[in-house]
Design a protein around this ligand. Sequence first.
Ligand code: AMP
Length: 412
Amino acid sequence: MPFKSLGLPERILQGVRAAGYTDPMPIQLRVIPLYLGGADVIGCAQTGTGKTAAFALPILSLLGSHQPRPRVLVLEPTRELAAQVETAFRDFARFTDLRVAVIYGGVGYGRQNQALKEGVDILVATPGRLLDHLRQGNCRLDAVRHVILDEADRMLDMGFLPDVRRILEKCPRERQTSLFSATIPPQIESLISWAMKKPQTVEIGVRRSPAETVKHVIYPVAESQKSDLLLELLKRVNYDSVIVFCRTKDRADRIANLLKRHQHAVTVLHSNRTQSERELALRGFRDGRFEVLVATDIAARGLDLVEVSHVVNFDVPQHPEDYVHRIGRTGRAMAAGDAFTLMVAEDAPHVFAIERFIGQKIPRQKLDAYSYDYTALFEQDRPGAPAGYPGKVRAVRLSGGYYCGPARRRRR
Ligand code: AMP
């Protein structure tokens, strides 16, 4: 079914065409008609499913022409996501006179105040800075008719739910409210029953299942060899672009410096970097100047890095949800991608939790002709080793073909 049959007006269809979209993705097919019909929608969808267009296109279609007070409020957990969603709205709205502004912390107030003064139709914001503007009287939300709570589970993780409630209290009750979240924990359920009216739920894919196109593999390794194994992996894999996830900012800096010393074009993204440093890092990564982005989980969700061919978990994420969010960077929009995870002995409980969460066993793999230090993890490889979870370490062939040899050229 083409976009045209979804009931979007021509001025928005032009924006869709300019964005290069030809056919709607499943979430768009299901959410757009519901939204246009006036329903509050809950979208249970991971990042990479096309959810931004699923809410942006019907909202823009319902707005008509420019008015000075914000009628749309989109709340996002991070600055990067807010900037990305603002760009999507701008792109889709380019054949209308609607105005979009983005509001987030870590930068000055000047440009944001200016935009608010000039009048905007769509406000994309992170909760903290928006509350600051509301307190200072720089903007009001009494004309808001559409609210989107995007990546709601991430906002919960980051402790933003009280701010979200405070903001919603300043919006009129008569409004359309939609919420998008990969998971719906109890706190989000109570937000839903407080903030939404008779919501319709759209679930895309199996909830909690990572992108199907991603090939997962775990590399068991001794702690002392982790950095070396990472270097070796990057040497053997002909990646186009790779994000390496680390648990802490210090580790991210250390790994980035190591990769730099080994002639990788690398940049770092974590919360100690200034806003302009983060923007430079992201821009450089998107335009291919940097091939490796070393990041903490701040970069794990929603960032529109379509070209990422590989995700490497240098550290196993402590929460299974974070694994899904991290690997959401690869295999987006049905492109193939690989997710590699380095695992040391202490990571075992976290790895099992991830496997339970995604409902599949991730194959263990050893690099050919690599001189491994001993780790108890290899015991499971021994003939006669006691059976049991996680089971024998072996390569498993996943549907669609699993790559487990040395370097190869990626399909483009
Ligand atoms: P999102 O989940 O909104 O972050 O979207 C994931 C990626 O899919 C982004 O790169 C979008 O630009 C892309 N995308 C969304 N909808 C479509 C579509 N209908 N056709 C092609 N690409 C799309």
